[in-house]
Ligand binder design. Sequence first.
Ligand code: GLA
Length: 424
Amino acid sequence: MTIIWLIDLKLVKTLDNGLVRTPPMGWMSWERFACNIDCDNYPNECISEQLYKDIADRLVADGYKEVGYNYVNIDDCWTEMTRDPVTKRLVANHKRFPNGIKALADYVHSKGLLLGIYGDVGTKTCGGYPGARGEDGTDYDTIDAQTYAEWGVDSLKLDGCYADTKNMTNMYPEMSRALNSSGRAIVYACSWPAYQIGQNPDYRRIAQYCNYWRNFDDIMDSWTSVTSIIDFYAKYQDVLVKYHGPGAWNDPDMLIIGNFGLSLEQSRAQMALWAIWSAPLLMSNDLRSIGGQYKEILQNRDIIAVNQDKLGILGTRVHSKSGIEVWVKPMTPIVKGVNTYAIVYLNRVVLGTPLIISFKLSSLIAGLPSEPLYNVYDLYDNSKLIGKLSNDQNLTLKVNTSGSVRMVKLTPVFKSDEIENDLN
Ligand code: GLA
């Protein structure tokens, strides 16, 4: 008993690695580039060092880094099919990563960015590449963590294919310890609860060991996929909200904005929801060819500021009826004890006529005090001031259909000190 207790104490410390105190932002290859290893036919799209270097270049040159996107995350299919027979280390595919991961990390770092990598807690990755456990049960956590640290890797996504989900309770913490002992600060992203959907994952334990964690199925390039994630978050929000905060984030998976499956309106909706959840903002798209309007959504500083708010609260759904949803997130600044709030009106109705949606503020935010007025800023319109409401007045917004949003920020303004709040 005592030993277990001591280990637990140490592990609480493990989580507190000081990393990702606001949700991580960056890019990840999986949804857009998957496991394309055919560089002969797809020279610009295959999983190769060139792809990650191109993305690093774009992050810097096109303003993404400036607004906060700083992780370049390698996903599956980067290794050879076997470990080095002597050292037992993972080896980057020689043809596609001719200079190895260390050189890629150096390149990414030279741009002021960070490099993430991908592994699997089981015997193989989902794509069939070597996992952190050998077929004979050998545990390679320590070797892998040391290798990543030596290469200068800054973040690890540890997937959960080819592993017994019951053993994850112990397997994921093992890599957490190995990373913690590696001598390098490495963010730890776990896919642990995504392999226990409907089995009541132990989020308390997950949050003790992981910096962020995937909850649900893989995002695909469609609005249907996005809404399945929205519904999952709504269904489990009471549990998810508890363990979510600085250094420990629920991860609804990548942003697919700029790809083929979402309309412009639905892209705004994904950005709004991911922001109101304080979710990791990991784009998976082709930044070399993305359309300007999608880039604008991804670089909306006011919405990113909601995502990056230092309280890190996971916003929750407070209304859902006939395809209309309202999501609310308390955030800073807090003025005389009253929070600022972000609110999203989401219209999922598929009949094409825009709808005027109206709710009394006090019906959306329980206990909202009557004293201050609330300035209303439209976050998809350069934070234009569009109203000044008291808690018993209605927030009325016209919202387009088929997955459209309006997103506003409410800041409390007391009569005595009107202009104290930021007006951006
Ligand atoms: C799983 C993960 C995805 C991706 C693939 C790679 O499906 O959930 O995000 O990493 O594996 O094979």
